[in-house]
Design a binder for this molecule. Structure first.
Ligand code: BEZ
Ligand code: FE
Length: 298
């Protein structure tokens, strides 16, 4: 039976507290003050958790087995510990702590595991989809600083899942699609073709997926398009835009949705003339995302 540790007999509480004090003191000789702070804080919170939930030895062994499973499935292409951090909200909390609000600077959100260094450059008005399945989507906007000054030459990385809910790196054929980078023009403007974002599950065939099932949670992410935007003198922004009306906005499994990042993706009927001289046979959508970078370091 679990007991709140305040109901534990005094002599037992004293033994438990003595152990916490001894473990914390074991870091007294640590020469790096930040490392000491991190380790003693971790020990205090971990022991509080063990004591509060009255963790059984069997439960602790199962937790170790779970973490072992996370390690075993992790390789160059799969990072189960990042997924765990994401579904526990730890990634979003770390992002929130490290991206303090600054004027009307655009909010940051979770990075995710599907960014790839070295994606191709597309010209303004180019197509990042490069053959990815899905409905064409025109995206345009500006990049400015918090004083409203346009940022010319800002680097914008964009990446997204295709219309089947998969990133290019989840296929075995080595394709590069639905990811690219581009630069803003002299007036800080950008524009490109992509595909209309669709919902997809985070990888859920491993320990984290089994945990979500056990607790009755869905692995689905709300539909989104990833951005990473950088410019000298500005804080690099990692964010997404989400699709207004998506029913997953309130239940995104990694807690990444922020109201300020939800955009209208206006569906255009088939036959509507499309930007950048493109002939689109069917429907397409369009979205606008004006990005404001906070001052700081890239
Ligand atoms: C993503 O958006 O790509 C993502 C984020 C967190 C976990 C899995 C996927
Ligand atoms: Fe994503």
């Amino acid at each position: 039976m679990n007991r709140a540790h305040s109901t534990v007999p005094l002599e037992q509480q004293a033994r438990e507290e003595d152990l916490v004090a001894r473990v914390v003191a074991s870091f007294d000789g640590c020469q790096d003050p930040r490392l000491r702070e991190l380790m003693t804080g971790l020990v205090r919170h971990l022991h509080t958790y063990v004591r509060e939930v009255r963790l059984t030895e069997e439960e602790w062994n199962r937790a170790i087995g779970f973490l072992t499973g996370c390690g075993q499935i992790t390789d160059d292409r799969r990072q189960e510990f990042v997924l765990l951090s994401d579904v526990l909200g730890a990634s979003m909390q770390t992002i929130t702590v490290n991206n303090e609000a600054h004027g009307d600077a655009t909010e940051a959100t979770v990075f995710g595991p599907f960014f790839v260094e070295g994606a191709p450059e597309v010209p303004l008005g180019g197509d990042i989809a490069d053959g990815a399945s899905g409905e064409p989507c025109w995206v345009e906007g500006t990049v400015t600083d918090t004083a409203g000054r346009p940022l010319a030459g800002a680097r914008i990385e964009v990446w997204e899942a295709d219309g089947d809910g998969l990133y290019d790196v989840q296929y075995d054929d080595g394709r590069t699609a639905a990811r690219a980078h581009l630069h803003t023009d002299d007036l800080g403007r950008y524009r490109f073709w992509a595909v209309t974002p669709t919902p997809y599950p985070i990888p859920h065939d491993g320990p984290v997926g089994r945990l979500l099932t056990a607790v009755g949670r869905s692995p689905m992410r709300a539909s989104h398009l990833h951005f990473m935007v950088s410019h000298a003198g500005c804080r690099t922004l990692v964010t997404h835009i989400f699709v207004r009306g998506d029913e997953l906005l309130d239940s995104d499994t990694v807690f990444g949705v922020k109201d300020s990042l939800v955009r209208d993706f206006e569906r255009q009927p088939a036959g509507t003339p499309a930007p950048a001289g493109r002939a689109v046979p069917g429907t397409w959508s369009r979205a606008r995302f004006d990005i404001v970078l906070a001052p700081g370091r890239t």
